[in-house]
Design a protein around this ligand. Sequence first.
Ligand SMILES: *[C@@H]1O[C@H](CO)[C@@H](O)[C@H](O)[C@H]1NC(C)=O
Ligand SMILES: *[C@@H]1O[C@H](CO)[C@@H](O)[C@H](O)[C@H]1NC(C)=O
Ligand SMILES: *[C@@H]1O[C@H](CO)[C@@H](O)[C@H](O)[C@H]1NC(C)=O
Ligand SMILES: *[C@@H]1O[C@H](CO)[C@@H](O)[C@H](O)[C@H]1NC(C)=O
Ligand SMILES: *[C@@H]1O[C@H](CO)[C@@H](O)[C@H](O)[C@H]1NC(C)=O
Ligand SMILES: *[C@@H]1O[C@H](CO)[C@@H](O)[C@H](O)[C@H]1NC(C)=O
Length: 262
Amino acid sequence: MTFQGLILGVVSIVLCRAEVDTAPQRKVVELGGNVTLSCVLTGSYEILQVTLQKKTIGEKHENLATYSTRKGVTLHPSYKDRLNFTRLSLNDTDITLWRVKIQDEGCYLCLFNTFPHGAIPRDTCLTVYEQLRGSLHYIVSEGNLTATCFAYAWPLPVISWIVPNVEGERTDEVTPHLNGTVSVTSKLYVNSSTSLFGQELICRVRHMEKDTDYRVRVKDGWRFPIPGLLAIVALVFILLVLIMSAMYWRRRRKKQGGSRTS
Ligand SMILES: *[C@@H]1O[C@H](CO)[C@@H](O)[C@H](O)[C@H]1NC(C)=O
Ligand SMILES: *[C@@H]1O[C@H](CO)[C@@H](O)[C@H](O)[C@H]1NC(C)=O
Ligand SMILES: *[C@@H]1O[C@H](CO)[C@@H](O)[C@H](O)[C@H]1NC(C)=O
Ligand SMILES: *[C@@H]1O[C@H](CO)[C@@H](O)[C@H](O)[C@H]1NC(C)=O
Ligand SMILES: *[C@@H]1O[C@H](CO)[C@@H](O)[C@H](O)[C@H]1NC(C)=O
Ligand SMILES: *[C@@H]1O[C@H](CO)[C@@H](O)[C@H](O)[C@H]1NC(C)=O
């Protein structure tokens, strides 16, 4: 009974280990950064060669890098200047990718050519992201308000509006960039801006499972807006005029007083 229990325990430990071994590792890297993928095969195998392939759907997987003790390192020409082994050990290699592009996103396969078991695969996946840059502003023209929320990032940022209950029209535009990132511009159009005076508009951007809020309060359009500096200049000017006229009147009175005494 206890012996069986022990066997079961050992088997489950081995199974757990096997599961841990085959679970693909996932690395996350910022666009333009460097990342190191590891190809590790635990257990006593005789490894002849290790190959890193990019998994592509519907196509033959491309060999990006190969290492064998006999032939050394071989790199795919189009990756030569930004990919290489940084740890050379057949059962425990590190492969570094520099200046990561959006196109590098996806899963990779480490293939261990072993004797006598043949090829043993291990998955490793890469997620590339670009930090969020966003903004929110609005303009009011002839009583129509147009709020514009801009979000640049990768993966695709998702915009939602949190605005007071008014009827508005929303248009979204996604602009892809050459380097694979995207910009999303969401415009909110409201034809009765007065209903929004004093209210807050929030543009919520969801990116990498995180929400970022951009807020703006709609200013009361009836109050004449005087920029601060202009107001100060005007105040100083008025003060100067007051002082000068006071001095003028005092001098005048003195003169009059003086002529009276003489
Ligand atoms: C990436 O690696 C290069 C070369 O080693 C280095 O100059 C650069 O600073 C690294 N970039 C980052 C974001 O770590
Ligand atoms: C790789 O092989 C070496 C020598 O055979 C061994 O000492 C080491 O533990 C192995 N590494 C792994 C991760 O299995
Ligand atoms: C890649 O790394 C190997 C071993 O570390 C080195 O000999 C080789 O010159 C490197 N290749 C390139 C293209 O940097
Ligand atoms: C503002 O809205 C009104 C009616 O909704 C429209 O007639 C007018 O052309 C709009 N003005 C601007 C500048 O869009
Ligand atoms: C990608 O392209 C966009 C738009 O051209 C640019 O703003 C951004 O800085 C670029 N990102 C990188 C990492 O080159
Ligand atoms: C403003 O838009 C609503 C629908 O969104 C419309 O019913 C209303 O007539 C419009 N008002 C003006 C002044 O155009």
